[in-house]
Ligand binder design. Structure first.
Ligand code: BV8
Ligand code: ZN
Length: 255
């Protein structure tokens, strides 16, 4: 019996039917969904050159202002890890669910672009995308980088330093992203949090909004998180194993 069928029988009682019936889903993903692609999570201890740095201390405007080359190098290291990674069965299942459930909204805290590479048509990138660079001074997104070996390269408009187009700690989420995500949470029937420690706000606030709107709250994680107490169902295990089961359950019902 394939792992999908085996786990399909292990979906908590009643959950399969609720997933099939609900049209308006909000899926919120965190670093755990990309862990199965070999992309380290924020909780993971960093490796190699970066072992002695804490991701939270590097992902800030102050860190970049203090040592732009160090922060740029850290993102270049992560960009190479991500370029070598492939979307996993979890990303692919979420892309399939978007096709099966037109009312599905996907919000990701990840900056790795793996949902798009897996075929998800619409991705609300709450924290931006590591694949884009923008000017630290004028904010212009770089369409080309003249001197890629400079660390960091400079803006072609104002000569300011380029930085990754991600949302750092202490920076605001873009208004369109936050409005779309919160509107989806307010009308959701299913809120599925996948591979997130539910520690980083305002993303972590979406679960409460969905719960207040009467959504069924489902958490998929290896561990307990501050959101676990709010969840109606907790699926313990890897996202790359549970998500194909959820997709199979919905697919079988519509085929
Ligand atoms: C803001 C981009 C305000 C950069 C990131 C209340 C309200 C508003 C703000 C705050 C608030 N309280 C505190 C704050 C400040 C701060 C915050 O939340 N701090 C935390 C640490 C307490 N929030 C902010 O600064 C936000 N900005 O609101 O500004 C403001 C208002 C006005 C004017 C100015 C400012 C901005 C936050 C965004 C930060 N940027 N990323 C980059 O990537 O380099 S966040 C970054 O960390 C990631 O993107 C990710 O979102 C986060 C880590 O979270 P996870 O994705 O959950 O990953 P994590 O590693 O923690 O956990 C992985 C989970 O997966 C674990 O649970 C693990 O068990 C599980 N797992 C592992 N493997 C698997 C798995 N699960 C399933 N399968 C597996 N195989
Ligand atoms: Zn500039």
């Amino acid at each position: 019996m394939s792992s999908e069928n085996a786990l399909a029988n292990q979906l908590p009682t009643g959950l399969g039917g609720q997933l099939v019936k609900a049209e308006r889903w909000l899926i919120l993903t965190g670093a755990g969904v990309s862990a199965d692609s070999g992309v380290p999570t924020f909780r993971d201890a960093q490796t190699g050159l970066w072992a002695r740095y804490d991701a939270y201390s590097l992902a800030t405007p102050a860190a970049f202002a203090e040592n732009p080359a160090l922060v740029w190098d850290w993102y270049q290291w992560r960009r190479r890890l991500i370029a070598a990674a492939k979307p996993n069965a979890g990303h692919q299942s979420i892309a399939e669910l978007a096709a099966l459930k037109p009312g599905l909204t996907l919000v990701t805290q990840n900056v790795d672009g793996l949902h798009q590479r897996a075929g998800s048509p619409e991705v609300i990138e709450f924290h931006g995308n590591i694949g884009r660079s923008k000017c630290f001074d004028c904010g212009t997104v770089a369409t080309s980088i003249d001197e890629p070996d400079r660390r960091p390269p400079v803006c072609s408009i104002c000569d300011g330093l380029l930085r990754p187009d991600v949302v750092w700690f202490g920076e605001s989420i873009s208004l369109p992203a936050i409005e779309a995500a919160y509107a989806a949470a307010e009308r959701s029937e299913i809120f599925l949090a996948v591979g997130t420690s539910s520690l980083v706000y305002p993303a972590a606030g979406l679960a409460e909004v969905a719960a207040d709107a009467g959504a069924l709250i489902v958490e998929l994680n290896l561990d307990q998180t501050p959101m676990s107490a709010l969840a109606d169902h907790v699926l313990v295990g890897p996202a790359a194993l549970w998500l194909p089961t959820i997709a199979a359950c919905v697919r079988e019902a519509v085929s």
